[in-house]
Design a protein around this ligand. Sequence first.
Ligand code: NZQ
Ligand code: ZN
Length: 381
Amino acid sequence: MENFIAYNPTKLVFGKGSIAQLGKELQPYGKKALVVIGKGSVKQNGILEAVYQQLTAAGVSYTLYEGIKSNPIYQDADAAVAQAKIFQADMLIAVGGGSVIDSAKAIAAGYYVEHSVWDFYLRKAPAPTKALPIFAVLTLAATGTEMNMFTVLQSDDEKAKHGYGSPLLYPKVSFLDPEYTYSVPQNYTAYGVADLIAHSLEQFFDTSHSPLSDAYAAEIIRLAMHYGLEVHQNPQSYEARANIMWLATSALNGSLAAGKLGGDFGVHGIEHCLSVLFDIAHGAGLSIVYPAWMRHFYSQIEGKLTFLAQRTLHEKATANDFIVALENFFTTINTPIRLAKAGIGKDKHALILENLKQNNPKGRFFKLTATDYSSILELMA
Ligand code: NZQ
Ligand code: ZN
């Protein structure tokens, strides 16, 4: 088991009606908030209105930054920083999925500096020493950003997507009401399930010996497959929505990292290249890359795959059974397992290879070279 530090200062308020706590929770942090949202779903489903009511009742004035896109770009975060500075915001309220919350994290750090937020992601700027407090109202179960210190942004000009992390960027409080995810369409619900499974796998394939972490990851995957199917059949099931929400948070809030070295994350690196090239949803990219990655590294991971198969399927299941079951599951819930299914033809392979070589995703345990990229690409076709 590796040495580790367990630290997670985010307070979660989970369950039906949790928004009622927002006003009280943010009161110690000031009187002016920048509210950050995506392309408008939270206006249609009433969530933004519920947030506004809390702010008004708490005597907090606010201004809205609207328009964060899925697979968020740093230019939006820079524009929101400018707006926050003019408004002299004391805090940020992110109302949305991972893209909105990740952008809020960038804005929080960007508020106290004069350079573009992108410089943090490029490691051109020193680490932030201050950040605005962030409150997250989560509307989509997937990334875990509501309870971690990471943020991922992309630059369309540079065709690059990078992550960044700082302990200053943990949300102060995150509000997780499973009913807020009833309106997430079937496709994004499925992509979220694929993402949370991928986070469990990335940490599971960190080969450091941490038996509790491995058993925990396998159980998250088993439950994600169970509730993923249930929510696919019955999108209004509170139990399914609630369990998926908590599974997604648990998969990337540090719980699975205990006794490990930070996970592999090679698959995430490859997916980020698909995201910048084709603007594919993150979870849809992952459900394509993971099965291919597993087949490519099969001889090295057969033992670990067998463990997963026996924990998630049945006691006689084999390594290959796990890959096939995962593919069948993804197909059933309608998240793609091949590039062609996502409308990305063979004519795009050269472009993908070029981007992989440019961004050079590595994988901490399963190192990726140009030869690996080509082979994994063939398996994704
Ligand atoms: O923009 P709006 O109109 O709000 O619509 C969004 C968007 O179109 C919609 N949506 C969200 N909540 C909804 C809803 N529609 C109806 N009802 C609701 N309640 O869903 C679409 C996708 O939203 P997005 O925030 O992009 O999805 P997700 O939460 O999957 O976030 C993806 C981003 O997170 C990054 C990904 O790379 C990607 O950029 N990740 C962040 C991580 C982290 N910070 O720890 C880790 C992950 O591995 C991931 O890389
Ligand atoms: Zn992810």
